[in-house]
Design a protein around this ligand. Structure first.
Ligand code: RRO
Length: 332
């Protein structure tokens, strides 16, 4: 077998994704569901309309993830509700979506367009809403159902994931509705007692995966010149996203990986825009990562770029697979 260096001189110049034989493999899985890559879109930007979802189906995203849906269609909050920031963004979109029935009806077309896993996100305003939607998607061609327990942007609706009693009641209701794997999108936690309480609740139910983290809710960015908050909804309070929140996302993935059994996968999200960011989440224990702010800024090209960067980094470190790195964070 020739050495890698020798091989490189023999092979034509190809991009990392084409150079598959010698590149690390990014195949992974969420529960029993195999994914061809470790990177896909987060429920959030550019995944609300059929056109946007079809674009994702044709991209290098490992899956097509939908915007969180509600029972009825919603326009969302008043504008301005999204502002890019130097290191990320602040937003209070307010769950704009087409209503769950539109996504139900669209799913077969998305499947046909991409022939790849579809993850639906549901975000009901009550347990009854979530039961209705989860039940409906249990009989659809969706592969995974992510239930959003952490939207920070609806006035008068606290984030479910911060109320442990209600979280348990909701899980009791939604986990017994069918065989499709259920996951939870969690808010960021900041105290070990909260990581432990939440992990203990999750362990009581057949939860297949958790997604950590949603945006850091109810932050405030002020423009000193105009002396106003920079977004309108909720008097300016909104979810912080992007680079600012990566250390919080990494900590949540790491803490839950240490507290949950291996059969509950963790999807990392928060500030992933390079292969190195994706690698850090892998060390922390993520089985896959989702990209939101960077996808919003760069478009679908980000998925292949980040995958190639991750492959190059893993190759340089002589890691051949996702499994070889997952959760292998060293302590000093
Ligand atoms: O639509 C939103 O305002 C929104 C949702 Br559903 C969510 O889960 N997280 C977020 O930061 N924004």
């Amino acid at each position: 077998m020739p050495s890698q260096t020798h091989l490189d001189t023999l092979l034509p110049s190809v991009s990392p994704s084409e150079h598959s034989q010698s590149q690390p493999c990014l195949n992974t899985h969420i529960g029993q569901l195999p994914l061809d890559s470790y990177i896909f879109n987060a429920s959030g930007p550019l995944c609300t309309s059929e056109e946007e979802l079809i674009r994702l189906a044709g991209s290098a995203s490992a899956a097509v993830m939908t915007k969180s849906c509600t029972i009825l269609p919603r326009e969302g909050n008043a504008e301005p509700r999204y502002q890019a920031l130097p290191l990320g963004s602040i937003q209070s979109m307010g769950l704009p979506n087409l209503g769950y029935q539109a996504y139900l009806e669209m799913l077969p077309r998305l499947k046909k367009a991409g022939n790849k896993p579809i993850v639906v996100s549901v975000s009901g305003f009550s347990v009854a809403d979530n039961v209705t939607m989860v039940k409906a998607f249990q009989s659809s061609c969706a592969d995974l159902i992510e239930v959003n327990f952490s939207c920070p942007n609806i006035e008068g609706k606290p984030q479910l994931g911060y109320d442990f009693e209600q979280t348990e009641q909701a899980l009791e209701a939604i986990c017994q509705l069918g065989d499709k794997p259920i996951g939870l999108k969690l808010p960021p936690y900041f105290d070990f007692s909260h990581f432990i309480t939440m992990a203990d609740i999750i362990k009581k139910f057949p939860v297949s995966f958790i997604t950590c983290i949603n945006s850091v809710g109810n932050t405030l960015v002020i423009d000193a010149e105009t002396e106003t908050a920079i977004i309108k909804p909720k008097g300016g309070f909104g979810g912080l996203c992007g680079d600012y929140i990566k250390p919080i996302g990494l900590a949540n993935v790491r803490a839950f990986r240490q507290l949950l059994p291996d059969n509950i996968d963790i999807i990392g999200v928060g500030g992933i825009k390079t292969g190195t960011d994706a690698f850090e989440y892998l060390l922390a224990g993520a089985s896959a990562v989702q990209v939101a702010t960077c996808f919003e800024k760069e478009g679908v090209e980000c998925f292949d770029r980040i995958a190639q960067e991750l492959q190059s980094l893993m190759a340089a470190k002589q890691y051949s697979s996702i499994a070889a790195v997952k959760g292998k964070l060293k302590v000093i």
